[in-house]
Ligand binder design. Sequence first.
Ligand code: OAD
Length: 266
Amino acid sequence: MGHGPEKGLTQEVRLRMSGPGQAETPKLDKGLVKKIREARTVSVLTGAGVSAESGIPTFRGAGGIWDKYDFRVLATHEGFRKDPRLVWEWYQLRQVEIAKARPNPAHMVIADMEKRFSSFSVITQNIDGMHARAGNKKVIELHGNIWRMRCERDGLELVLGAPVSDIPPLCQCGSILRPDVVWFGEQLPKNEVEEASRVARESELMFVVGTSAVVYPAAALPVITKNSGGAVVEVNLEPTDVSTYADASFFGRAGDILPAIWKAIQ
Ligand code: OAD
């Protein structure tokens, strides 16, 4: 299957927003409603936008993290080698911010989806652990998790229950532990990438929620679904590259749109 939108299913819906939870119900094309209702193998690819309404900032766009901070200093191995204390201060701040956040209605619908579809996976670029907190069991984390740290020397992995207190945290071997997240220039975890590609290939339907779809290999996953004959439904504040081939794109806040779609297919 090519990348062009399928006839009959294509729709682009802009929701008029008048406040949280006040979105108009998206007008779902009948074919799409049927497809969602009947789908058995479903996935959701998420990015920072799905957690935006929980108060966790996105990376790009107005107020985005990479507007304010230099990723070379904070999110590369070189930056960590040069100043591990500074990098850890930033991750500690983010841990504190994430610990205070609560799953929002978009996370909750994604958790409900897992109960409804016989085969369901979340593939996320987020490191915030919010999908698990919302109740999802099958979450493929492509970029790691801010609640884990590891030692590059002896391979020790530690799971955190609260933000780190002593900075920089040390391994029992004396080395400085690093956050178990993927930095720029690093490989993604092999098993997760393989599993995400398999899920994308087998998905009859993939929702793509709150990602700018500019970072690979995550951005290639909906293309895999599309090329394997699956349908792609996008939810974002604004058009992205995914909008050029998605079967449907809904533009508005994920916390308004996903509950509205969910209600429409019940
Ligand atoms: P970005 O910050 O690049 O994109 C966030 C997307 O979410 C944008 O397309 C927004 O329009 C959209 N968005 C914002 N608020 C939304 C809302 N309430 N509802 C729906 N959509 C909303 O985040 P990612 O695509 O996740 O990687 O970025 C990918 C990777 O780049 C991240 O995992 C991170 C970053 O550098 C690493 O750190 C390795």
